[in-house]
Design a protein around this ligand. Structure first.
Ligand code: PLP
Length: 464
């Protein structure tokens, strides 16, 4: 235990952490790292892999379901739709589907992944600010719920509704403009956000109300007020604004025209320790307190959580190829950098990641903390997983683990230096006290890299 804690000196805030909650995911991760090394999933020729904690994913899915079951009136239809963009991997979508979680998709590609995973149209929601006519047509032919982003998109949907019958529940996305969080790029409810109809702009609210009164088939209202960096209270205020608008529309319609509220996702993730904080239960209770009426059974609910379901259940494990010093600073040159952690590398202040230090056999390293840079393999100076981080000294042949990378990291490959997409493996107990792995994604081959880089067109430019 002491050894493991020593390995995670990136921890900054452990206040309020219960030892059980802190150790569960960490203990499973340590076992999986050791087993991955022992079983040869990583080795000198396969110097980087991604790992997913299946036990952890299942428990997060259960926590989400029970958090809302505890506050909604019995019988209320609730669809938790996983935001596919957070971890666009088919086996993950299948696992979540089996755990009662649907899919929120925002492109033809994400819809194809959800369908490949077996998520039925009735459990799928299509959002995106730039749906093409073909995407809209396909979604409405399949009966997938669609949220229009803006007046022009609503006009396209008008045309489709007139030309063919659809089972798709249809809604409109609004931006309650409640303000942003600490990360500008992820703040969806600022005054000038690109998403939805900006509710506080002059005349917008009345336009939205009329849009509903003119369209009896418009039965849903959608808002997603932010992601990482957004205070819970601000997210709850966004939901409250959305609920208030639905009440106003239904009152003016003289009937319960809006029957379902899609409250989006965005629960922030704690990247500072193994503790899951805030929890789904805390958010559900906060919504229950701040938006009386939301859960009383008059509205069906859709949620769209992404990051909070997966982030803490993924780890990138990368071999230390070389250890060196420069200007008195220890530097571990590993195989994990910008290709698996683009956000952290390009915006380290917004996206610090914990780094775990493991020895060549996959055991947590102990020993005195040494301030060091954990570098990636890419050819630019800023390719650092962590800069000036105090950790047990990483040496050649050791492994560095980038923690909390189950969402928006290794599934979001960035092809700098034509670095291949690493293999991804799920892990769970083998029933005999050990760890069993299952392939989620095979590593990208050099042939695939060549083919995806125009390999079949090698001579075409010379023809011009
Ligand atoms: C990204 C996104 C989500 C999920 O956000 P997380 O922060 O990953 O929970 C949900 N809904 C919409 C519309 C999104 O764009």
């Amino acid at each position: 235990m002491a050894g493991r804690m020593a390995a995670y000196t990136g921890d900054t805030d452990t206040s309020g952490e219960t030892p059980e909650a802190a150790s569960d995911g960490g203990a499973r991760r340590d076992e999986a790292v050791r087993a991955a090394v022992e079983q040869g999933l990583v080795d000198p020729d396969t110097p980087i892999i991604g790992l997913l904690d299946i036990t952890g994913i299942r428990s997060s899915a259960a926590a989400l379901r029970t958090a809302f079951e505890a506050v909604v009136a019995p019988g209320t239809p609730v669809l938790h739709a996983f935001a596919v963009k957070a971890t666009p991997l088919v086996p993950v979508l299948r696992l979540l589907h089996e755990e009662g979680i649907g899919a929120e998709v925002a492109s033809a590609g994400e819809l194809a992944l959800a369908r490949a995973a077996g998520v039925p149209p009735s459990r799928t929601v299509l959002d995106s600010p730039a749906k093409t006519p073909a995407e809209l047509r396909e979604a409405m032919a399949l009966g997938i719920a669609v949220n229009a982003d803006n007046p022009q998109e609503l006009a396209r949907i008008d045309g489709l509704v007139q030309s063919a019958t659809t089972r798709s529940p249809l809604g409109l996305r609004v931006n309650p403009q409640v303000g942003g969080g600490s990360i500008e790029a992820l703040s969806t409810a600022t005054a000038t956000s690109k998403f939805g109809v900006a509710l506080r702009d002059g005349g917008a609210r009345e336009w939205v109300v009329r849009a509903y009164l003119d369209r009896p088939w418009l039965t849903r209202l959608h808002a997603h007020s932010g992601s990482q960096g957004m205070p819970l209270e601000l997210m709850a205020r966004g939901v409250a604004e959305t609920y208030g608008l639905a009440e106003e529309i239904n009152e003016r319609a003289g009937r319960r025209q809006i029957d379902t509220l899609d409250i989006g996702g965005g629960l922030p993730v704690n990247y500072a320790s193994d503790t899951q904080s805030p929890t789904y239960a805390e958010y559900a209770r906060l919504l229950d307190r701040t938006v009386p009426g939301l859960f009383d059974g008059r509205y069906g609910l859709v949620t769209e959580f992404g990051r909070s379901l997966l982030a803490k259940h993924g780890v990138v494990l990368a071999r230390v190829e070389y250890a060196k010093t420069a200007g008195g600073r220890a530097i571990a040159v590993t195989h994990a950098g910008v290709q698996v952690a683009a956000r952290t590398v390009y915006a380290p202040a917004s996206w610090p990641l914990r780094v775990g230090a493991y020895d060549a056999k996959g055991h947590p390293k102990s020993g005195p903390a040494v301030v060091q840079n954990v570098a990636g393999p890419a050819c630019f100076a800023g390719d650092l997983l962590a800069e000036g981080r105090a950790l047990p000294l990483l040496e050649q042949g050791d492994y560095a683990a980038a923690l909390d990378t189950g969402a928006y990291y290794f599934a979001h490959h960035y092809a700098y230096n034509s670095l291949p997409r690493p293999g991804i493996y799920g892990f769970g107990p083998d029933g005999e006290g050990g760890v069993r792995f299952a392939t989620v994604r095979t590593p990208q081959t050099l042939e695939e890299i060549v083919a995806e880089s125009g390999g079949r067109h090698a001579g075409r430019l010379s023809e011009l």
